[in-house]
Design a protein around this ligand. Structure first.
Ligand code: SF4
Length: 71
C-alpha cells in the first residue's frame, strides 16, 4: 500500500499528522501519535487506555490520563 493510499483510508483528522511523520517533518511526539493512532485503529480512547506496558512507546503515547504511571 502506498503512503497516499494509506492516508486516504484513514480518518481525515489523522491524515496530516501521518503525512507529516512519513515525510520526516513531524516532531518525534507527533510521529509517535501517528503510530499509536494507527495501532489502536484510530480510536483515541483506546490509546488512552492502552495497557501494553511492554510496548516501548507506551510511556510516550499521546492522550495519557493524568496520573498514569509506569508501574
Ligand atoms: S503505546 Fe499502545 S497504542 Fe501506542 S504503539 Fe504501543 S501498543 Fe500501540
Amino acid at each position: 500500500m502506498s503512503i497516499t493510499d494509506k492516508a486516504d483510508k484513514m480518518p481525515k483528522i489523522y491524515k496530516n499528522c501521518y503525512l507529516s511523520a512519513v515525510s520526516g517533518k513531524a516532531s518525534p511526539r507527533d510521529a509517535i501519535k501517528a503510530f499509536c493512532t494507527e495501532c489502536m485503529g484510530y480510536i483515541r480512547a483506546e490509546i488512552t487506555n492502552c495497557d501494553t506496558i511492554e510496548c516501548p512507546l507506551n510511556l510516550y503515547r499521546p492522550y495519557r490520563k493524568a496520573g498514569d504511571s509506569d508501574d
